[in-house]
Design a protein around this ligand. Structure first.
Ligand SMILES: NC(=O)c1ccc[n+]([C@@H]2O[C@H](COP(=O)([O-])OP(=O)(O)OC[C@H]3O[C@@H](n4cnc5c(N)ncnc54)[C@H](OP(=O)(O)O)[C@@H]3O)[C@@H](O)[C@H]2O)c1
Length: 330
């Protein structure tokens, strides 16, 4: 079911609102006149995002929150309701990443990525559900990733967490329907690579500079997808054509797609400069109210290469399936 009210009358909570896609989504909703409740750990960045949202026409509330703290997330929901009377939608968007080989990523970091990306989303859904039901219905949008469907090397905890977010969304959706609470919609977003500060925020144990694997799409592509889902909820929506294409390859020829993406991830995620290990923003907040990461233009050449590569891989997958089908038919 869509939002009970139109966007201009809606109160919408956004986690991870201090940077990247969360900030872009707050701006997109503020342009529609929505009331946005902004949550993340970095209070000065949230205040800056709130200032800009008000300029764009939205009402705002800043509630510094660490999504791994279930009580704090419950307080976030209660504060939003105390201030604006209800919650109409909740966007679980906060996440962190750590880059490196599975056996070289520290256990504490692996656990923290699951804690923020998966359990943080669960905390958000748990806090939102009673308030959305009390409002007569509403929408939860879980920002997962294309990596909720496929896998990339050097991102094992992130992949695992995002696959978990997809499964969690599907299960809660089933349960809401089965228990007569279908007025609350649960949507999952599967974005391709997006031009945000994420790749500078991530922890890094690879010894090399981390680069976003192309093609790289602007954050507004995800923000627009989220706004569309609030108006017309669907189970899942891709953001960026590459995520849809790679997802299709993965479903069509999983063994081949896994090899191709393994090769691709190994060759496109790193720059030439050596770097020291860092824990990035995994344990400590580090947001600056910045939407873009500055990668969009710089990786244009690689966009062309990867588009050609994607088409070739899709062709290979289709060819393999067709050849197998012909052989079986003989
Ligand atoms: N960029 C991509 O290529 C891409 C692709 C697919 C999906 N996504 C997803 O899009 C979402 C947004 O990522 P982004 O690219 O915009 O990255 P980003 O710029 O690094 O933003 C991440 C946000 O999460 C917040 N955050 C991190 N840990 C938190 C915690 N414990 N509690 C509360 N907030 C926390 C950060 O703020 P504080 O530091 O202030 O807490 C920040 O606002 C994530 O779910 C990510 O997985 C991104």
């Amino acid at each position: 079911m869509p939002l009970v009210r139109n966007l201009a009358d809606a109160t919408i909570v956004i986690t991870g609102a201090s940077s990247g896609i969360g900030t872009a989504t707050a701006y997109a909703l503020a342009r529609h006149g929505s009331t946005v409740v902004l949550a993340a750990r970095t209070e000065p960045a949230l205040r800056e995002v709130a200032r800009r949202c008000r300029e764009l026409g939205g009402r705002t509330l800043v509630v510094p929150t660490d999504v791994t703290d279930a009580d704090a997330v419950r307080r976030l929901a209660a504060t939003a309701v105390a201030e604006f009377g209800r919650i109409d939608a909740w966007i679980n968007n906060a996440a962190v990443g750590t880059i490196g080989l599975f056996d070289e990523i520290p256990v504490t970091e692996f656990r923290r990525v699951l804690d923020v990306n998966l359990l943080g989303t669960a905390n958000g859904i748990r806090a939102a559900l009673p308030h959305l039901s009390a409002a007569g219905g509403g929408v939860v949008v879980n920002n997962a990733s294309g990596l909720a469907e496929v896998a990339m090397p050097y991102q094992s905890p992130y992949n695992a967490a995002k696959h978990g977010v997809r499964g969690l969304s599907d299960t809660v959706r089933q349960e809401l329907r089965a228990t007569g609470r279908g007025a609350v919609s649960i949507c999952t977003v599967l974005p391709a690579t997006i031009d945000t500060p994420f790749f500078r925020h991530a922890a890094n144990h690879s010894g090399r500079q981390v680069l976003p694997p192309p093609p790289v799409y602007p954050p507004e592509v995800v923000a627009e997808t989220i706004v569309r889902l609030l108006r017309r909820p669907r189970r899942e929506a891709y953001a960026g054509g590459a995520a849809r294409l790679i997802g299709m390859q993965w479903r069509l020829a999983p063994a081949l797609a896994e090899r191709v993406l393994g090769w691709y991830g190994h060759h496109t995620q790193f720059g030439p400069e050596p770097t020291a290990d860092t824990t990035g923003n995994v344990f400590r907040p580090h947001a600056e109210a910045t939407v873009a990461g500055g990668w969009h233009g710089r990786r244009r050449q690689l966009v062309r290469v990867s588009a050609a590569f994607g088409l070739a891989a899709a062709g290979t997958a289709v060819g393999t399936v067709a050849a197998l089908a012909r052989r079986r038919a003989r």
